[in-house]
Design a protein around this ligand. Structure first.
Ligand code: ATP
Ligand code: NCN
Length: 201
């Protein structure tokens, strides 16, 4: 099996893994990426355009190249990398992605970055406990999802591993399980809302 080319890294680099359908990308996504860069003191954030969320129907999902082009327009930041790495690795499940990355780049400090709605349903992800034991996780708050995220099965299962919001800069250095809930300004935007408005014209 040949290994696809990964974005460049250096040993010890702090890299946020920010996966999404991005159908379409919006300012809420840029907010998550910027907040993660700042609060976790990341060297890079990789916007990973998924070939398809295993829990969502792929009906009407534009192909990866179209979504990559759209994400590049909203992701502007000198430390942002927009990539189709998951298509090239052949991964759809996050557990497979993080296992591969830990093997391919053992000296890089990866952190998984997700929105609060995804932490609320994280227990439905394949191998969710193993994901949380493999990489630290940063959860960014989102309108309507705060309570569900903080009371979620994942939050309860890993209650002892939650760190204080003011210690975000430490998260990439911690051995998992470790997670943080990042509050602050919430951006009330979603791709589904934008798709609905586009259909209405
Ligand atoms: N406004 C937002 N605030 C915080 N996190 C967000 C926001 N929008 C998206 N996210 C997070 O960004 C990641 C990618 O989201 P995704 O591409 O599914 O967008 P979405 O707006 O949630 O789409 P949809 O409405 O189709 O479900 C997910 O982890 C999601 O939780
Ligand atoms: O691995 C899983 O079971 C899994 C289930 C749901 C979502 N994910 C990943 O979570 C990321 C966010 O997905 P989405 O559709 O909410 O943008 C994206 O990278 C998905 O592949 C992964």
């Amino acid at each position: 099996m040949t290994t696809p080319r990964l974005p460049a890294t250096l040993p010890g680099m702090r890299v946020g893994l920010y996966g999404g359908s991005f159908n379409p990308p919006h300012r809420g996504h840029a907010h998550v990426a910027h907040l993660a860069l700042q609060r976790l003191r990341l060297d890079r954030i990789w916007w990973l355009v998924t070939p398809g969320n295993p829990l969502k129907s792929a009906d009407g999902l534009p192909d990866v190249d179209r979504r990559l082009a759209a994400v590049r327009k909203v992701a502007h930041h000198p430390r942002a990398i927009v990539t189709d790495l998951e298509s090239r690795l052949g991964t759809r499940y996050t557990i497979d992605l993080v296992r591969r990355l830990k093997t391919l780049r053992p000296a890089v400090r990866f952190v998984l970055v997700i929105g609060a709605d995804n932490w609320a349903t994280f227990h439905r992800w394949g191998g969710w406990r193993e994901i949380a034991r493999t990489v630290p996780i940063a959860v960014v708050d989102r309108p309507g999802a705060t309570f569900a995220a903080l009371a979620s099965p994942a939050a309860r299962a890993f209650a002892q591993a939650r760190i204080s919001e003011r210690d975000g800069g430490l998260l990439p250095d911690l051995s998992p399980p470790a997670w943080i809930f990042i509050a602050g300004i919430k951006v009330p935007l979603s791709s589904s809302q934008l798709r609905r408005s586009a259909t209405r014209g």
